[in-house]
Design a binder for this molecule. Sequence first.
Ligand code: SAM
Length: 259
Amino acid sequence: MRIVIDTDTKQLTEYLNGRPRALELYSKEAFQLISHLWLRVGWNEKYPYTFSWMGRPIIQLPEDLIRIQEVIYEIKPDVIIETGVAHGGSLVYYASICRAIGKGRVIGIDIEIRPHNRTAIEAHELSGSIALVEGDSIDEAVVARVRSLIKPDETVLVILDSCHTKQHVRAELEAYGGLVSVGSYIVATDGIMRDLHDVPRGEPAWIRDNPAAAAEEFVHEHQQFQMEQPAWPFNESHLTDGVTHWPAAWLRRVSGPGS
Ligand SMILES: C[S@@+](CC[C@H](N)C(=O)[O-])C[C@H]1O[C@@H](n2cnc3c(N)ncnc32)[C@H](O)[C@@H]1O
């Protein structure tokens, strides 16, 4: 694809297979196209690796953090489960929202919680709202340990941010989907990988091997869930689509186990 941006004529021209498509530069369509390219360049430049939350590195795109904050405030879960801890920034972020709401705690699972990260998370002001479980997120003993930390009638939100292969995310969806409360979500993050297969730091296999593919397959086979981008509580623009690393990520539980 070739894109020509002319700020004098206020036009963006996209060439697909050599055929031009002209867009108004200051338009929703041009914003979407530029945003998509910005996401790809930003991912390659490790833009999400430049943020921290209350002292801990957090590896997320800020827009995704704001969007999930909107969902947490709406659902007010008792428990937020996240697979993939890394430095603990996202656990601290979710815990800080829970603390501000006055409700909720966080369970973080990681195959390897490095000692310096564990020490920092356990010493953090919000550590009282965070439980850590070390092990492979799809290991039955790990899933059982997580289940044992949740009471039967608690409202649960699940975020999957560990190993992003389709196979692993598919297995996580099976392992943790049953814990999600009706009306809440399981979020398979980083589906953006499907659009990164041809950027310098990407891999060709990601075009099929990605979390979005796992989520689409899971939702097809589980009628208790539907793919549903949460509605924006505030929108005074004419935009409708997020600038996100989490496309095809949000699976809302619409019914209980027997339905
Ligand atoms: C992208 S990082 C998590 C980032 C973190 N959620 C944040 O927002 O800052 C992915 C983490 O998943 C962990 N991980 C990889 N494979 C895993 C597995 N099979 N089970 C559990 N955790 C795994 C890695 O050790 C790594 O810390």
